[in-house]
Design a binder for this molecule. Structure first.
Ligand SMILES: [Zn+2]
Length: 364
């Protein structure tokens, strides 16, 4: 029996993708269509203006709404406006929140969504999951996959390096997540989807492989990272959950968000979580091997670089297993406070501090 899988009808990852939009299938869909652009604020507005110019003559109507946050009230307000005068297409333009909000509103109002990421700070650029803020806590909810994703590499080139590093952190987590998925399967807790697991693994591997190339150009790095993050999103769509890309390392990041003040970007926290998860998974030698990659990519190698204290990191590890009902390497341990302290010392030694500097800022 075959499974029905939702994947985008078109993926464009190119220089000048917005300028050349008339060459894509997306442009065909625009003929006489009413389009709603859900735009992030700040610098994103410039990109939204350019898209508006490019599609102005083709669409019958183009409206722009600005999305400032991912709170439930904002979603309800956007949804109300969409339902009052339903567009034929929603274009989500932004770095994270605007994309998530477009996916949620598109799903709730049954309008197809095209995403134009202006940064690649997580695998949300093409995934069936969106993060919504409810009662001041971030929660992941299931949404429909976007109908198309258009990534203009010239736009990404001006995105703060910190955001791209975060996206790569989210990508590297596929490795530890897949280990956990396998564990859950062996423990009889979950079905394994081999195709989804292959895709998520290849996404991370293809990226790691290109890092070993001498004289790697920034634009090539961005292209491969974009492709790999999209593949990760499609792996989640195939699996029907975030399982192929989210395991114990994500539980640590969720615990940092919920219990320790959410001080850094999702992908940065996940990158820190990967180091701890790999240790528990018995792959300490890989933790050491990862360090040069982290440095090369500008990823943090110590929680202190993200503003967390030792006590907060300890708390995050204690709370991580209960963050969601998902079987991971944490279920195979019953860590005592002493053991956690010892592992924290080994995984995050003092010499791992300050290899990374926070630069740039988050965009909506
Ligand atoms: Zn993630």
């Amino acid at each position: 029996m075959a499974k029905k899988v939702h994947i985008p009808l078109q993926l464009v990852i190119e220089h000048g993708a917005i300028r050349d939009l008339h060459q894509t299938q997306v442009y065909d869909w625009l003929n006489g269509a009413r389009v709603l652009l859900i735009s992030g604020s700040g610098k994103t507005r410039g990109v939204t203006d350019r898209i508006q110019e490019v599609i102005g003559d083709r669409a019958s109507r183009v409206e722009v709404l600005t999305c400032r946050d991912n709170k439930l009230d904002t979603i309800n307000e956007l949804e109300r406006q969409v339902l009052e005068d339903t567009p034929d297409l929603i274009f989500g333009v932004g770095g994270g929140k605007a994309l998530d909000m477009s996916k949620v509103v598109g799903t709730r109002s049954n309008v197809p969504v095209v995403l134009f990421p202006t940064a690649i700070s997580s695998d949300a650029i093409c995934s069936p999951v969106a993060v919504v803020k409810m009662l001041n806590k971030s929660t992941s909810i299931g949404v429909k996959m976007p109908q198309a994703v258009v990534i203009d590499l010239d736009v990404l080139a001006s995105c703060p390096p910190r955001l791209m590093s975060a996206g790569i952190g989210d990508l590297l987590s596929n490795k530890t997540a897949l280990f956990d998925w396998q564990l859950a399967h062996k423990a009889g807790k979950e079905e394994m989807n081999t195709f989804a697991s292959l895709m998520a693994n290849n996404a991370a591997e293809s990226f790691m492989n290109i890092l070993n190339q001498p004289e790697l150009e920034q634009s090539q790095l961005m292209k491969v990272a974009s492709e790999a993050l999209i593949m990760s999103g499609i792996a989640m769509s195939i699996a029907g959950s975030s399982r192929p890309c989210s395991g114990s390392e994500h539980l640590i990041s969720h615990a940092l968000d919920y219990h320790c003040g959410a001080k850094a970007l999702h992908g940065e926290q996940v990158a820190i979580g990967v180091l701890f998860a790999q240790y528990l998974q018995g792959e300490q030698e890989k933790v050491e091997k990862l360090a040069p990659y982290y440095e090369k990519l500008g990823l943090p190698t110590h929680y202190a670089d993200l503003g967390y204290t030792r006590e907060e990191m300890h708390r995050a590890i204690v709370k991580a297993p209960s963050m969601r009902d998902r079987y991971t390497i944490f279920n195979e341990y019953d860590l005592t406070d002493e053991q956690i302290d010892r592992i924290l010392d080994e995984v995050y030694p003092d010499r791992a501090k300050n290899r990374y500097r926070l630069i740039g800022s988050s965009v909506g």
